[in-house]
Each structure stands twice: as C-alpha cells, then as structure tokens.
Write a protein that binds this ligand. Structure first.
Ligand code: CTP
Ligand code: MG
Length: 230
C-alpha cells in the first residue's frame, strides 16, 4: 500500500511546570529554541510529507523563526488540552489532502532530543493498531499510600515509560480519540486512546535521551543530550 506519513507536533501548551517567562517550547537550547530543534529533527526524517503544528491562538513567538516558513510546516489552532491540539492537527491533515489510511506520528514539541534512529525504528514497526516509543523502567518501582508510606513493590519487568512519537493510521487514531471524548475518557497520550478502544499498540524500545522537557532541571539534561545524540 502506498500510504504516506504525516506528523502532528502539539505545541500549544503553556509549560506551567517549567515556571519560565514563556512557553517552554520557546526556551533556548544551545542557540535555538526547543521547538526549532524538534522540528528540524522531524524534517530531517524525509519520509514525513508535512507537519501539522497546533499552536496557541495568542502565540507571539512562532512567526519570528526562519523555520516558520518551511514548506512542510503548517500551523493550526491549538486546544485547551493536549488531546484537543492533537485532534485539531489530525483534522487539519484530513482537510488538506491526507487520507484516513495514511500514517501519522504525533510528537511532543517539548521532546527536542528525538534521534533519527528512533524515528526509523518506530516507522519500521508501524502497525494498524499503532506503535509507540518507550523506555523500559530501570529502577525498582514502589506504590505508596496517600501519606507517602510504601505499601508495595511493583513488578517492573514489563513496565515502560511511554514517550513520543506515537504512530498510527490517521483514521484509526481520530476515531479512537473521538470515542474517548464521547465517553468522557481522559486521553493522556495517543496510545491510551487506542487502548481504550481495544487495540494493542506495539512498544518500540527508544533511546533514553528522548526526554520531555518538563521542569527546570530538564533543560540541562536536554542541553547535554542534544549535543551528544543526533
Ligand atoms: N500541548 C498542546 N496543547 C495543550 C497542552 C499541551 O499542544 N493544550 C503540548 C505541549 O506544548 C507539549 C506537549 O503537548 O509539547 C506535551 O505536554 P506538556 O509537556 O504537558 O506541556 P505543557 O502542557 O506546556 O506543560 P505543563 O503541563 O507543565 O503546563
Ligand atoms: Mg501539560
């Protein structure tokens, strides 16, 4: 089948946990913003036909970058939750020539250290039920009660941190997110929507450098990883 590959990069968050003077995707990492790094790395993966980029309505930053005018990057409206931004991106693609059978990679703007090797592995592992990048849990895992007392050790053998990109056929993903919205199910990532609808996305082991810049300390780590791993 001759299905194309598209990307949605949700970039409409405010980065509250980062406590910076601007949304975290616009913080600088070695001379350019987190969002520019993320987009450059996706653009370097030449299978991607085009990137839908949901940004906030009041976004005052994006237009100022050279990459804003790249022919493969198209902004659309963000939503008030991540899944709403993703849905807007999917709808944008479908309204602009993508087919429901085409593939979409959804990748957080806040993960600038994604490597080409991970993009290749994920794309090679594409499945009708979806596939996602993850990193296997290393530490011993504990469950606590609400007071912070350890009550049990959680088996870590088949436990993973879910990362992005997450890859699925556009139509399958959209149908599953719509179903979650209709039934009031919280959509934390794309795979959670697929799982809710009875699908079993494939887990693809990714590189641990693919962190989501979330809190101030993460900037230092991302700075080191971005230089080290392409
Ligand atoms: N995102 C989005 N639309 C939203 C919320 C989040 O497009 N309404 C995007 C963010 O820009 C980010 C990705 O989803 O690239 C992952 O979300 P997260 O790390 O939670 O970012 P923020 O929501 O911006 O951060 P915080 O939760 O600390 O406010
Ligand atoms: Mg958030």
């Amino acid at each position: 089948m001759n299905n194309k590959l598209f990307a949605v990069v949700p970039a409409a968050g405010i980065g509250a946990r980062m406590q910076a003077d601007r949304p975290k995707q616009y913080l600088s990492l070695g001379g350019q913003t987190i969002l520019e790094h993320t987009l450059e790395r996706l653009l370097a993966f030449s299978f991607i036909e085009c990137i839908a980029l949901p940004i906030a309505n009041h976004d005052a930053f994006f237009d100022g970058f050279y990459i804003s005018h790249h022919e493969k990057i198209h902004t659309c409206a963000g939503g008030s939750e991540r899944f709403e931004s993703v849905l807007n991106g999917l709808n944008y693609l479908l309204e602009n020539g993508a087919k429901v059978t085409d593939w979409v990679m959804v990748h957080d703007a806040a993960r600038p250290c994604i490597t080409q090797a991970d993009l290749i592995h994920l794309y090679q592992s594409r499945s009708e039920q979806g596939s996602i990048l993850g990193v296997q849990v290393r530490d011993t895992m504990k469950r606590t009660d609400e007071q912070g007392n350890v009550i049990s050790t959680v088996e870590r053998e088949q436990l993973w941190h879910a990362l992005t990109p997450q890859l699925a056929p556009i139509g399958v993903l959209k149908t599953c997110i719509d179903e979650c919205v209709a039934k009031g199910k919280l959509v934390t990532d794309e795979a959670s929507a697929l799982e809710f609808c009875g699908l079993q996305p494939k887990m693809v082991a990714g590189h641990p450098s693919n962190i989501k810049v979330t809190r101030p300390d993460d900037l230092m780590m991302a700075q080191a990883f971005i230089k080290e791993f392409q």
